[in-house]
Structures are given as C-alpha cells and as structure tokens.
Design a protein around this ligand. Structure first.
Ligand SMILES: [Zn+2]
Length: 407
C-alpha cells in the first residue's frame, strides 16, 4: 500500500505544480515511443517504466490482483500507431496494452509476472514545454502484501460511471425501443483477424442496423456505445435500462480457437447447463474485462445475481422467442445460419432480466470467409434486414401473447 500511496501523492503534487500551458487548449498528449520503455530492474528484480509524453496530463496509478496487473489511467493521451509490445524488454512485465477507456481517457494495463508493487511513480513536466516523463519503478513484494495493496481507488475523474441505474420505462409511443450493443471497444478490441477487429466491425454493423430499423418505422433505436470506447458489461446493461429498452441485442463476431464454425447464431442467457463451447465464449468475454484492467474480484457474486434475477423474471421465454424469430429472419434473408443457431450461455451482458435480451454472433472472425462477409456491405445489409424481419415477427407474436398473459 505504501508504494501506491507514494504514487498517488506524487500525482497530486503534479496537479499543483503543472505549468498552466500543459492544461491549455485541450491538445492531446502524444507518446514518444523512441524515448519510452518498460524493462526489468537491476539483476532482473522488479521493473522500470518510462513513458515520454508531449505534455503533462492528469494521471493515476494502481495495481489489481488475480491476475497481478499494473494500471495507469491518463487524460487525453493519443497513443498513435505505437505497438505497445515494442516498448517491452525483459520478463517482469509480460504484456502491455494501451487504448481508449472512456471518452477523453486512456488506460495502460501491464500484466505482471508476479507480485510487484509501485515503489516510486512520478511525472516530471519540463518547464520549457519540452514534454513530460512518467517514471515508475516496481519492486518485488510477497503475494499477501500485493493483494492487500491492490484495488482501483474510486475517483470520479477517472472511473466508469456507476453501472447501477433505475430502469426507465419506455414512453408509450407505439414504437419498439431497441438497444443495440456493439461488442467490445477501446482497450478491448475483441477478436482480431487480418487487421480487422470485432469492435470496429460491430460498431459499423450496429450503425447500419440502426439505419435499417429507423427506415422500417415502428422502432426507436439507441446504441450502447458510439465510438471506439471501452464499456464494461455492466455499464452496457445499465445503458439499456437508462434508454428504456424493450429489447436488448448485443452484437459480436468472435474468434474460435478450435475447429471451423460458420454462420450466425443467437444466444440467450443460460439458466444452468452450458456446453463447453458456450462456456469458452463466456470466459473469453469476461477475460476481456480483465485485459481492460477491471477489478472482477466480485465476479462470482455477479454471476449468482444474474441467475437469481432470471429466476424471478418471466423474460426468459420472451428472450427465447425473440432468438427464434431472429434466427428465422436471418435464415430467410441470408439463407444460412450456424448448424446449431439457437444457443444458451451465461453472458453477463444478457443479465437485464426484465428486458428480452439476446446476443447475436454474426459469424466467426477467425474464419477468412466470414471475415470477408462481415467486410461486405451487401452481406451486412442482408443480415440487418434479417434482424429487422425477426424483430417485427417477434413483436407481433409477443403482443398477441401479452394479450393472453393479461387474461
Ligand atoms: Zn465478442
């Protein structure tokens, strides 16, 4: 904890001592990769980090456990085309990721080989506008000390907004309120293949699908994210609640590590039994949150909460009916779906128990053919029309059923 406090104290001191020029004009600080490095400390003990920035910015540093990670948050840093792994030398820091965390904020996450605490951390801002240098040194410690000092300090300047949100009732305007959730984003690019990322492709597809639904009439559409921004799974669900969603659709195109899979599939939340493939997919998505530097120490409680929510609600059969209608619509427009198109999995993002929620895997980014499909505007247009048709069919059926439920 001592090391962490020292780091925070230095960050605070910087905020006072920063020359006014550093805060002006809202210009982005840029990383100078040539003068930056992350390497092992003397005798291979601990690690040293230098990050050269074009100007000083507000920042903070902390560690997370399970697995051991170092997280540094910055205001307005443009990482440019730098491949973070090119900054790495040595073995104490195993991987380095940098990227957008939320609008105006960037995050650096370093995976540590073992328990390393922050011994010193400080940002030196040059008086003559010659940039700034962040210096961090990490020292070995024992697992118990590391665990005790780990955890993200709550700081409204940096943190994601509290995900808890009171559901907003959709206005009775006769429109079906759909929230589209493009998967991944920011520091979590999702699946990657041939230079394409799942995060980018899903945002593109979500915008096109929004357009198709708005043109069809009868829909009100909102997206959980508009840019290449990281969002936690809980924040996505909260955004759906805030938007008064009546239907929640999460859009993905993951990579699979084994075998060849083709075609779209639609997932609903599993109550209990999950097959191995579904489990692996869920693990990859929860791992995305670990990679993004989120503290998932309460993850077990969260899963339990999801299952309890579900048990209380009657939305599960409505979600399954929605999934069937979507598969039908896609099959009609695109002609082919996955050989087992209706799947169940314990995705946290499907936990809005009171809102019929599905996760559509449009295809698998790991397959060349499917990547080409997803990069083809015509193929995407067919998928969007299939989803539109599925939503319309489900709404007709659901309205009729609602009449029966009330009787
Ligand atoms: Zn995904």
């Amino acid at each position: 904890m001592g090391g962490l406090l020292k780091g925070m104290a230095l960050a605070a001191a910087f905020a006072v001592a920063a020359p006014a020029a550093a805060q002006e004009m809202g210009a982005l600080a840029r990383l100078d990769a040539e003068r930056s490095f992350v390497r092992d400390g003397r005798l291979g003990q601990g690690a040293e980090m230098r990050l050269a920035l074009s100007q000083g910015v507000p920042w903070r540093i902390f560690t997370l456990d399970d697995p051991p990670r170092l997280v540094i948050d910055f205001r307005e840093v443009d990482w440019g085309p730098v491949d973070p792994s090119s900054l790495l030398a040595g073995e104490q820091v195993q991987t380095l990721r940098i990227g957008a965390f939320r609008a105006g904020w960037s995050r650096l996450v370093a995976d540590l080989a073992g328990p390393l605490e922050v011994a010193t951390a400080g940002l030196d801002v040059s008086e003559d506008g010659g940039g700034a240098m962040l210096r961090v040194s990490l020292a070995p410690t024992d697992a118990a000390t590391f665990a005790a000092g780990a955890g993200a300090p709550r700081d409204p300047r940096f943190d994601l907004p509290e995900p808890a949100a009171t559901p907003v009732l959709p206005p009775k305007d006769g429109l079906l309120h759909v929230v589209l959730d493009p998967g991944h984003g920011g520091i979590d690019p999702g699946a990657q293949h041939g230079g394409a990322t799942e995060a980018d492709l899903m945002l593109t597809f979500a915008r096109e699908l929004e357009e198709v639904l708005m043109r069809a009439g009868g829909f009100q559409v909102a997206l959980t994210r508009q840019g290449d921004i990281f969002m936690s799974l809980e924040a996505r669900v909260a955004a759906a609640h805030r938007a008064g969603a009546e239907v929640f659709i999460s859009l993905h195109a993951d990579a699979i590590e084994e075998g060849i899979a083709r075609g779209a599939s639609v997932y609903t939340l599993a109550r209990d039994a999950q097959d191995a493939a579904s489990r692996a997919l869920v693990e990859r998505h929860e791992r995305g949150e670990i990679l993004a530097g989120l503290d998932l120490s309460g993850a077990d409680d969260r899963v339990a909460g999801v299952l309890m929510d579900l048990a209380r609600q009657d939305s599960a059969p409505r979600s399954r009916a929605l999934a069937e209608a979507l598969v039908g619509g896609i099959q009609e427009q695109e002609g082919a779906v996955h050989k087992r198109p209706l799947r169940e999995a314990g995705f946290s993002v499907l936990k809005a128990a009171d809102i019929p929620s599905v996760l559509i895997e449009l295809g698998f980014l790991s397959t060349d053919e499917e990547l080409r499909n997803m990069q083809d505007p015509e193929w995407r247009a067919r998928m969007a029309r299939g989803i539109r048709d599925g939503l319309e069919a489900w709404e007709r059926e659901d309205t009729a059923e609602a009449g029966l439920r009330r009787r």
